[in-house]
Each structure stands twice: as C-alpha cells, then as structure tokens.
Design a protein around this ligand. Structure first.
Ligand SMILES: O=P(O)(O)OC[C@H]1O[C@H](OP(=O)(O)OP(=O)(O)O)[C@H](O)[C@@H]1O
Ligand SMILES: Nc1ncnc2[nH]cnc12
Length: 186
C-alpha cells in the first residue's frame, strides 16, 4: 500500500525526477559489489530537500505521535519530518551510543551486521510511530526497528523511505506494514 500521491501527479513526478538526478551512484562502496546510493547531493539542494521532507511527511498515516529515524542518515530525514508532522523524534542508534535503560536488536544489512538500540522510556504505550530512513535495501535495518518499537508497546503506523532498492526485496521482512518510497530503483 502506498499513501504518497499517485503517479501522474506533476508535482510528485518533479520530486521523483529531482531525487533520481541528485542521488549519486557509487559503485563498489562500501565494499565490492554494492552500488551505493549517496543522498548527500540531495541534502545539499535546499529546494529538493524541502520537497522530499514534505512528500515523506504524508498525512495519510493519520495522527503520528513519534517519528523513528535510524542512525545516521535516517536522522537527517526523520527530524524535519517529525517537525512537519507535529510529532516527536525517536533516534534509533547503533549500539553503544545511548545511555540506558535500552532495548536492543541485532540484524543484517546489505553490507554487514549491526545492533541498534532505543530508549523505551521515551515511547508511551500505544504510541503511533512512523519509521523513516533514507534507503530500504534488504530490509534488515527496518525490520529490526519495527521489532524494537513493537517490543516497547508502540504501534508502527507506517514506514517512509526516500529510496527503495526493489531488487533486494526489503518488503519481504515488512509484511502487513504500510510502506512508502519516494523513488523505487532496481
Ligand atoms: O535495508 P538494509 O539492508 O538494512 O539497509 C538500509 C540501511 O543501510 C543504511 O544505513 P547504514 O547502516 O549504512 O548506516 P549510516 O546511515 O550510518 O550510513 C541506510 O541508511 C539504512 O539504514
Ligand atoms: N546500496 C545502498 N546504498 C545506500 N545505502 C544503503 N544501505 C544498504 N544498502 C545501501
């Protein structure tokens, strides 16, 4: 299910065109065989950055209490999206960066393994949470984030990505959840 404006919307088509133009493709980074999607040029373009934040802050999920963003690039999108939605921010951090008490999950991503942590005391029971990240690749990071939030009693109302790498089929780990991506690439 997608809650972003339908294809054929000229404003939406323009955002997609600019995202595709501004996300840099870096072969063999951070390891051989990975085609890295570098969002830094997009962040540096004031107009494109603002339009992406507005697109990803879709009101279609209904009221949102908190936006969860994954370290590090997810923070860059989650913080302005939280402000746009009138929601708070939950930083989902790599292990060892937050003071406890903590909830922790381990996972695999396209180029390695990692653990992430959140502070459960920042999440009221039943809080409606939107998960935001720059890239959906294998889905390992996003699925671990959903597990963490649910373990803390949150309701995950949706996930919003800037770039979805369809060929890596991250959606298989996110069944039943509302997923939006500004652009989908092979
Ligand atoms: O779908 P997956 O295969 O799990 O990959 C997606 C994740 O990979 C990247 O984060 P990374 O761990 O490289 O951290 P960074 O944002 O600090 O660069 C990206 O920002 C996503 O969080
Ligand atoms: N190909 C890729 N580009 C950017 N971030 C990623 N995270 C996982 N895979 C990625």
């Amino acid at each position: 299910m997608s809650t972003f404006p339908i294809v054929g919307d000229p404003a939406r088509d323009d955002v997609v065109r600019r995202v595709n133009a501004l996300v840099r493709l870096v072969p063999d980074y951070p390891q051989p065989g990975v085609l890295f999607r570098d969002i830094t040029p997009l962040l540096a373009d004031a107009s494109a950055f603002a339009d992406v934040v507005a697109t990803m802050a879709s009101p279609a999920h209904g009221p949102v209490d908190l936006v969860a963003g994954m370290e590090a690039r997810g923070f860059l999108l989650a913080a302005p999206i939280a402000t746009a939605l009138g929601a708070g921010l939950v930083p989902v951090r790599k292990a060892g960066k937050l003071p406890g008490p903590l909830a922790t999950e381990s996972y695999s991503l396209e180029y390695g393994d990692a653990s992430i942590e959140i502070q459960p005391f920042t999440i009221p029971a039943g809080a409606r949470v939107l998960v935001v990240d720059d890239v959906l690749a294998t889905g390992g990071t996003a699925a671990a984030t959903v597990r963490l939030l649910r373990a803390c009693g949150a309701e995950v109302v949706g996930l919003s990505f800037l770039v979805e790498i369809a060929g890596l089929d991250g959606r298989r780990h996110l069944e039943g959840l509302a997923i939006d991506s500004v652009v989908t690439v092979d």
